[in-house]
Design a protein around this ligand. Structure first.
Ligand code: 13P
Length: 254
């Protein structure tokens, strides 16, 4: 039985005041839920990582990174970047890689995404590999091939043994921030295809790996998504900025 995992991606949102308030509300909200079979994680903008780690210390909520430097694992002359080692030293346990916004606006290729995965793994941080098709790709009937291709591209570089420690997040680009969620059946079909792709390398890894769904997840649609066999949680954007909504999503996963 796979545990459920709910990750809040705060993206580039928040002020010192609002981030503090959100972390405090989450800390009491999630604590009250007494989650047993669900793990909760939040990924703040990196400028707030240290503060959020401190605010959530002693709670069951873990903290993750939204992105990580590809060029170096530890330190160096890479202005503006944050290394995997720096996130690890702050206590981060998860790191997003390959989010569609990074692929689109920063031109991140599968090769770069694979390097970032490897850096996080080297620092004992679980990479959350984001994959997903565009609307044009879905309309062309290519969704399963595109997503399987994105997963396979990473396995080919880091190897299937390392992939056992990777979480995959399926986020159809057309469902991100649009209010248009994939139906549970649409999501399930892709999640099953991802598991099948991984099973082509190793069936035990395929069975054990967590595959999250992301794209307009909210309290009102979370339960029906989590009821699907291959959906092991969610990567939540907008709704993760509202502590109450995030708690409803976590509760739905129990
Ligand atoms: P929304 O939940 O706002 O659609 O964002 C999804 C997402 O991109 C999470 O990484």
């Amino acid at each position: 039985m796979r545990r459920k995992l709910i990750i809040g991606n705060w993206k580039m949102n928040g002020s010192p005041q609002s981030v503090t308030a959100l972390a405090e509300d989450l800390s009491s909200g999630v604590n009250n839920l007494m989650l047993g079979s669900v793990d909760a994680v939040v990924c703040p903008p990196s400028v707030y990582t240290a503060a959020v780690v401190e605010l959530l210390a002693g709670t069951s909520i873990q903290v993750g990174a939204q992105n990580v430097c590809a060029e170096a694992l530890e330190s160096g002359a890479f202005t503006g970047e944050v290394s995997a080692q720096m996130f690890a030293q702050l206590g981060c346990k998860f790191g997003l890689v390959g989010h569609s916004e990074r692929r689109e606006y920063y031109g991140e290729s599968d090769a770069v995404v694979a390097t970032k995965c490897a850096h996080l793994l080297a620092q004992n941080i679980t990479p959350v590999l984001c994959v997903g098709e565009s609307l044009a790709q879905r309309d062309a009937g290519d969704a399963l091939d595109v997503v399987s291709g994105q997963v396979a591209a990473i396995i080919e570089v880091i190897g299937i043994a390392q992939f056992l420690s990777v979480v995959v997040a399926y986020e159809p680009v057309w469902a991100i921030g649009t209010g248009r969620t994939a139906s549970p059946q649409q999501a399930q079909e892709v999640h099953a295809a991802i598991r099948q792709c991984v099973a082509g390398y190793d069936s035990v890894t395929a069975e054990r790996m967590q595959i999250l769904y992301g794209g307009s997840v909210k309290g009102a649609n979370a339960a029906e998504l989590f009821a699907m066999e291959d959906i092991d949680g969610a990567l939540v954007g907008g709704a993760a900025l509202d502590a109450e909504e995030f708690c409803v999503i976590c509760k739905s996963a129990e």
